[in-house]
Design a protein around this ligand. Structure first.
Ligand code: AMP
Length: 532
């Protein structure tokens, strides 16, 4: 006999229906690229999403079709998240910072039929239009000069529309990985996986939203589903403040003027904010919580935000994991920890939210499971209902026979479940059979006052197979010798980890998502030789 509860299909439409019904007049504020500001609310977002769903059907878009967006954070983009899913379509959020060949590849690979874009990206559209073979309709989120404007397009509809129904496992969104090797890969999220992921994001150990939360997400809506915030925020009925530009001065003013309590972004966002406040001689905004992830959050950043009274939620995840894997909320013993201990703990990547499981396996055989002892470092694997099984259009699963997905990250799991990331599998350095963390060397080097950025790669060595070489960009106007850097590192890492060479460079290559591209760095120094 089955249980006897009501049927309820997990679809995204429930999320927007709930937000409009229970928090209908909670504001959604947008500061646009031209400096203007608009205000709507959850009821308004739902009404526009219904009109958009109708408008998409009128264009001939059908269930399962992909609709692309090339846009920053704003209310019309939010409408599209719900409008596309509401008519059974799949929203493909395109990262405008991708390189031209990647943009060409992903739009054609996803077979996007509609392209919704910000006027600021008109030059990209002009360049790519000929190359995108499947896009039939272009709609501009701003007042369109080259294309129909979004407001006119949805304005022609009356909003009398029934959400399209279907299976929980229907796709609703597709995001592509930034692809440091080969072509980017598509990750298709389902209605069910997205809904469960958003629920997980609401846990106090994660975003910790309440009805009074006011969130300004700096993480772009095109990066890893904006960490699920547009859904989790709707579930909790929070106020959203969006900025279509990432200028720290604009963000700062919005944070103050709109009474923002929560924000989320990659570390570089906060770095820019610190610099802005220092230059202006003003205080950091009085945020209650900042979720930081995408790359490791440096210790000094955590310290400064915590001293400002801001709770730092250091999160780890990837496009393939929807993206939340772990988040660093306060542990049970938090109040007993010293300030230093709290900072140390927050500098790690947090603990898994309910729904995902983590394990580490030996880097030598990629099979033997390692103990959660806070010491053993290995390949990080993950499984759960919002973790990828297979890439879009791939012929084979992306997980092993036992259902675990190998993240390509290297980490340590502590006895209390805290994850500490130490490297990427491709970047960890094998010297004389032992592993050296390139990331730890980089982080330590970044603590030197003359170092602006550092990247460490393993270079071929005649005796040890590989030895670390540190590439350093000096801060403007600063002078420093290689030997000084090595001396500086000597009490921070094991002696045998110390780099064999420190090379000063003008710049370090980055990927489209702003991460250090070690592949490009290795290519640049392909002929590099270390002496025995
Ligand atoms: P993406 O799919 O572009 O979001 O990239 C995911 C990758 O970013 C992960 O596999 C990690 O290597 C890295 N990453 C994400 N969050 C963190 C974090 N908190 N600390 C260190 N690395 C991170």
């Amino acid at each position: 006999m089955l249980g006897q509860m009501q049927e309820w299909t997990m679809r995204i439409t429930h999320v927007i229906d709930h937000a409009a019904r229970e928090a209908g007049d909670r504001e959604i504020v947008t500061r646009w690229a031209d400096g203007s500001e608009t205000r709507t609310d959850w009821k308004g977002i739902r009404t526009d999403a219904l009109k958009m769903a109708q408008a998409l059907q009128a264009l001939g878009i059908r269930k399962g079709d992909r609709v692309a967006s090339l846009a920053m954070n704003h209310s019309r983009h939010l409408v599209s998240w719900y409008g596309v899913a509401g008519m059974g379509g799949v929203l493909h959020t395109v990262n405008p910072r991708l390189f031209e060949d990647q943009l060409e590849y992903i739009v054609n690979h996803a077979e996007d039929k509609v392209m919704l874009y910000d006027a600021a990206f008109q030059p990209i559209i002009d360049k790519m239009r000929e190359k995108w073979t499947t896009v039939e309709h272009y709609i501009c989120y701003d007042s369109g000069e080259q294309s129909q404007s979004f407001e006119d397009w949805i304005g022609a509809q009356d909003g009398d529309f029934e959400w399209v129904t279907g299976a929980e496992t229907d796709p609703c969104m597709i995001c592509y990985t930034s692809g440091t090797t080969g072509n980017p890969k598509g990750v298709q999220y389902e209605h069910r996986s997205t809904l469960m992921h958003a629920l997980a994001g609401l846990q106090p150990a994660a975003f910790n939203f309440s009805a009074s939360s006011v969130m300004l997400p700096v993480v772009p809506m095109f990066h890893a589903a904006s960490w699920g915030l547009p859904y989790a925020g709707a579930m909790a009925g929070i106020k959203f403040v969006f900025s279509a530009v990432n200028d720290p001065a604009v963000l700062h003013q919005l944070l103050i003027d709109e009474g923002v309590t929560d924000s989320a972004g990659v570390p570089t966002v906060w770095l820019a904010h610190f610099q802005y406040c220092d230059k202006e001689g003003i205080d950091l905004p009085p945020l209650k919580a900042a979720t930081i992830g995408g790359s490791a959050c440096p210790r000094f950043m955590i310290e400064r935000l915590m001293k400002n009274g801001t709770r730092v939620q250091h999160a780890w995840g990837m496009t393939e994991t929807s993206p939340i894997g772990t988040v660093g909320g306060p542990t049970w013993d938090w109040d007993q920890l010293s300030f230093e201990e709290k900072v140390d703990k927050t500098a790690m990547q947090g603990r898994p939210v309910f729904g995902v499981e983590l394990r580490t396996v030996s880097l030598d055989d990629m099979v033997t499971e390692l103990p959660r002892d806070g010491e053993s470092s290995g390949a990080l694997q993950i499984r759960g209902p919002w973790i990828i099984k297979r890439y879009f259009k791939a012929e084979q699963d992306a997980v092993g026979n036992d259902g675990w997905f190998d993240t390509g990250d290297v980490g340590i799991i502590h006895p209390d479940g805290t994850l500490q990331l130490t490297d990427r599998t491709k970047d960890v350095i094998k010297s004389g059979g032992e592993w050296i963390s390139s990331v730890e060397l980089e982080n330590a080097a970044c603590g030197h006052p003359a170092v602006a950025e550092a990247a460490c790669v393993g270079m071929p060595h005649p005796k040890w197979d590989e030895r670390p070489v540190l590439f350093v960009v000096k801060k403007e106007g600063q002078e420093v010798e290689a030997e000084t850097i090595v001396n500086f590192l000597s009490d921070k890492v094991a002696k045998w980890w110390l780099p064999d060479a420190v090379e000063f460079v003008d710049d370090i290559p980055h990927t489209a998502t702003g991460k250090i591209s070690k592949k490009d760095l290795r290519d640049r120094f392909a002929d590099y030789k270390l002496e025995a």
